[in-house]
Write a new protein. Sequence first.
Length: 211
Amino acid sequence: MEWATQRFRQLDSEKAQRIIDAAVSEFAEKGYEAANTNRIAKAAEISVGSLFQYFKTKENLFRYVIHLGAGIIETDIGAILKEEISGREKIHKLMLLTVNSCELYPEYQQLYHEITATGNQDFIVDIARELESYAAAGLVELIKQGQQQGDIRTDLPAEVLAFTVDNAMVMMQYSLSTPYFKGRSQLYQVAAPSEFAEQMTEILWSVLEKR
Protein backbone atom coordinates (compact mmCIF):
# COMPACT_ATOMS: atom_id res chain seq x y z
CA MET A 1 0.00 0.00 0.00
CA GLU A 2 1.15 3.52 -0.77
CA TRP A 3 1.11 5.42 2.53
CA ALA A 4 2.21 8.73 0.98
CA THR A 5 0.20 10.56 -1.66
CA GLN A 6 1.43 11.32 -5.15
CA ARG A 7 1.81 14.95 -4.11
CA PHE A 8 4.34 14.00 -1.43
CA ARG A 9 6.29 11.83 -3.85
CA GLN A 10 6.62 14.83 -6.16
CA LEU A 11 8.16 17.08 -3.50
CA ASP A 12 11.78 18.14 -3.75
CA SER A 13 14.05 15.97 -1.64
CA GLU A 14 14.92 18.68 0.90
CA LYS A 15 11.30 19.43 1.79
CA ALA A 16 10.36 15.76 1.88
CA GLN A 17 13.26 15.04 4.23
CA ARG A 18 12.18 17.87 6.56
CA ILE A 19 8.76 16.27 6.88
CA ILE A 20 10.22 12.82 7.45
CA ASP A 21 12.67 14.08 10.07
CA ALA A 22 9.95 16.02 11.89
CA ALA A 23 7.65 13.00 11.93
CA VAL A 24 10.34 10.59 13.14
CA SER A 25 11.32 12.99 15.95
CA GLU A 26 7.74 13.47 17.08
CA PHE A 27 6.80 9.79 17.01
CA ALA A 28 10.05 8.75 18.69
CA GLU A 29 9.67 11.29 21.49
CA LYS A 30 5.92 11.16 22.07
CA GLY A 31 4.83 7.75 20.79
CA TYR A 32 2.06 7.27 18.26
CA GLU A 33 -0.91 8.15 20.47
CA ALA A 34 0.53 11.40 21.87
CA ALA A 35 2.20 12.51 18.63
CA ASN A 36 0.68 15.72 17.30
CA THR A 37 0.41 16.50 13.59
CA ASN A 38 0.39 20.24 14.30
CA ARG A 39 3.82 19.94 15.94
CA ILE A 40 5.07 17.81 13.05
CA ALA A 41 3.90 20.38 10.51
CA LYS A 42 5.45 23.25 12.47
CA ALA A 43 8.79 21.47 12.78
CA ALA A 44 8.71 20.69 9.05
CA GLU A 45 7.89 24.35 8.28
CA ILE A 46 4.66 23.54 6.47
CA SER A 47 0.98 23.98 7.27
CA VAL A 48 -0.96 21.13 8.83
CA GLY A 49 -3.26 21.29 5.81
CA SER A 50 -0.30 20.62 3.54
CA LEU A 51 0.76 17.72 5.76
CA PHE A 52 -2.62 16.06 5.22
CA GLN A 53 -2.29 16.61 1.48
CA TYR A 54 0.88 14.52 1.66
CA PHE A 55 -0.43 11.91 4.12
CA LYS A 56 -4.17 11.45 4.46
CA THR A 57 -4.00 10.34 8.10
CA LYS A 58 -1.57 10.33 11.01
CA GLU A 59 -1.51 6.55 10.75
CA ASN A 60 -0.40 6.74 7.12
CA LEU A 61 2.43 9.10 8.07
CA PHE A 62 3.46 6.79 10.91
CA ARG A 63 3.46 3.74 8.68
CA TYR A 64 5.45 5.57 6.02
CA VAL A 65 8.32 6.61 8.30
CA ILE A 66 8.41 3.21 10.00
CA HIS A 67 8.71 1.36 6.70
CA LEU A 68 11.24 3.89 5.42
CA GLY A 69 13.53 3.17 8.36
CA ALA A 70 12.99 -0.57 8.01
CA GLY A 71 13.92 -0.39 4.35
CA ILE A 72 17.32 1.06 5.22
CA ILE A 73 18.08 -1.79 7.60
CA GLU A 74 16.67 -4.46 5.26
CA THR A 75 18.97 -3.28 2.48
CA ASP A 76 22.01 -3.45 4.75
CA ILE A 77 21.12 -6.87 6.18
CA GLY A 78 20.45 -8.21 2.70
CA ALA A 79 23.85 -7.06 1.50
CA ILE A 80 25.59 -8.82 4.40
CA LEU A 81 23.73 -12.06 3.78
CA LYS A 82 24.79 -12.09 0.13
CA GLU A 83 28.51 -11.63 0.85
CA GLU A 84 30.72 -14.66 0.33
CA ILE A 85 32.36 -14.51 3.74
CA SER A 86 32.43 -16.79 6.76
CA GLY A 87 29.57 -17.10 9.22
CA ARG A 88 31.65 -15.40 11.89
CA GLU A 89 32.37 -12.45 9.61
CA LYS A 90 28.66 -12.10 8.87
CA ILE A 91 27.85 -12.07 12.58
CA HIS A 92 30.51 -9.42 13.14
CA LYS A 93 29.11 -7.28 10.32
CA LEU A 94 25.63 -7.59 11.82
CA MET A 95 26.96 -6.43 15.18
CA LEU A 96 28.69 -3.47 13.50
CA LEU A 97 25.50 -2.72 11.56
CA THR A 98 23.64 -2.51 14.86
CA VAL A 99 26.24 -0.10 16.25
CA ASN A 100 26.31 2.04 13.11
CA SER A 101 22.52 2.18 12.90
CA CYS A 102 22.35 3.48 16.47
CA GLU A 103 24.90 6.17 15.64
CA LEU A 104 23.39 7.20 12.29
CA TYR A 105 19.68 6.78 13.04
CA PRO A 106 19.20 7.17 16.82
CA GLU A 107 15.61 8.37 16.53
CA TYR A 108 14.64 5.38 14.41
CA GLN A 109 16.01 3.16 17.17
CA GLN A 110 13.95 5.05 19.74
CA LEU A 111 10.94 4.75 17.47
CA TYR A 112 11.39 0.99 17.18
CA HIS A 113 11.62 0.80 20.95
CA GLU A 114 8.38 2.77 21.17
CA ILE A 115 6.40 0.54 18.81
CA THR A 116 7.48 -2.61 20.64
CA ALA A 117 6.30 -1.24 24.00
CA THR A 118 3.23 -2.77 25.62
CA GLY A 119 -0.13 -1.05 25.41
CA ASN A 120 0.06 0.04 21.79
CA GLN A 121 -2.81 -0.30 19.34
CA ASP A 122 -3.10 -3.60 17.51
CA PHE A 123 -2.02 -2.09 14.19
CA ILE A 124 1.24 -0.89 15.76
CA VAL A 125 1.96 -4.37 17.11
CA ASP A 126 1.25 -5.75 13.64
CA ILE A 127 3.76 -3.28 12.16
CA ALA A 128 6.41 -4.46 14.62
CA ARG A 129 5.80 -8.08 13.72
CA GLU A 130 5.97 -7.28 10.02
CA LEU A 131 9.30 -5.49 10.45
CA GLU A 132 10.75 -8.26 12.58
CA SER A 133 9.74 -10.97 10.13
CA TYR A 134 12.33 -9.82 7.59
CA ALA A 135 15.19 -9.84 10.08
CA ALA A 136 14.05 -13.20 11.43
CA ALA A 137 14.01 -14.78 7.97
CA GLY A 138 17.43 -13.32 7.17
CA LEU A 139 19.00 -14.57 10.39
CA VAL A 140 17.58 -18.06 9.96
CA GLU A 141 18.99 -18.09 6.42
CA LEU A 142 22.39 -16.98 7.73
CA ILE A 143 22.46 -19.78 10.30
CA LYS A 144 21.35 -22.40 7.78
CA GLN A 145 24.05 -21.26 5.35
CA GLY A 146 26.63 -21.67 8.10
CA GLN A 147 25.30 -25.11 8.99
CA GLN A 148 25.49 -26.23 5.36
CA GLN A 149 29.05 -24.91 5.06
CA GLY A 150 30.10 -26.68 8.25
CA ASP A 151 30.82 -23.48 10.23
CA ILE A 152 27.82 -23.52 12.56
CA ARG A 153 26.66 -26.26 14.89
CA THR A 154 23.79 -28.47 13.75
CA ASP A 155 22.80 -30.01 17.08
CA LEU A 156 20.36 -27.13 17.67
CA PRO A 157 17.68 -25.81 15.28
CA ALA A 158 18.67 -22.89 13.08
CA GLU A 159 15.64 -21.00 14.36
CA VAL A 160 16.79 -21.20 17.99
CA LEU A 161 20.30 -20.06 17.10
CA ALA A 162 18.92 -17.22 14.95
CA PHE A 163 16.67 -16.14 17.83
CA THR A 164 19.72 -15.99 20.10
CA VAL A 165 21.55 -13.71 17.64
CA ASP A 166 18.47 -11.53 17.19
CA ASN A 167 18.06 -11.07 20.95
CA ALA A 168 21.70 -10.00 21.23
CA MET A 169 21.25 -7.48 18.41
CA VAL A 170 18.09 -6.03 19.99
CA MET A 171 19.72 -5.63 23.39
CA MET A 172 22.78 -4.03 21.77
CA GLN A 173 20.45 -1.64 19.96
CA TYR A 174 18.62 -0.69 23.15
CA SER A 175 21.84 -0.37 25.15
CA LEU A 176 23.25 2.08 22.62
CA SER A 177 20.16 4.16 21.84
CA THR A 178 17.59 4.36 24.65
CA PRO A 179 18.15 6.25 27.93
CA TYR A 180 17.08 3.49 30.31
CA PHE A 181 19.12 0.75 28.66
CA LYS A 182 22.11 3.08 28.20
CA GLY A 183 22.13 3.58 31.96
CA ARG A 184 21.68 -0.14 32.51
CA SER A 185 24.67 -0.97 30.29
CA GLN A 186 26.82 1.42 32.32
CA LEU A 187 26.28 -0.80 35.36
CA TYR A 188 28.30 -3.43 33.50
CA GLN A 189 30.92 -0.98 32.22
CA VAL A 190 30.17 -1.93 28.61
CA ALA A 191 32.99 -1.10 26.20
CA ALA A 192 32.93 1.55 23.48
CA PRO A 193 30.53 0.63 20.63
CA SER A 194 33.03 -0.83 18.13
CA GLU A 195 34.75 -2.89 20.83
CA PHE A 196 31.34 -3.90 22.19
CA ALA A 197 30.45 -5.22 18.71
CA GLU A 198 33.64 -7.28 18.62
CA GLN A 199 33.02 -8.67 22.09
CA MET A 200 29.45 -9.62 21.25
CA THR A 201 30.68 -11.33 18.09
CA GLU A 202 33.09 -13.42 20.15
CA ILE A 203 30.34 -14.40 22.60
CA LEU A 204 27.88 -15.31 19.89
CA TRP A 205 30.39 -17.18 17.78
CA SER A 206 31.48 -19.23 20.80
CA VAL A 207 27.85 -20.37 21.00
CA LEU A 208 27.31 -20.87 17.26
CA GLU A 209 30.61 -22.39 16.12
CA LYS A 210 30.62 -26.06 15.21
CA ARG A 211 33.16 -28.04 17.19
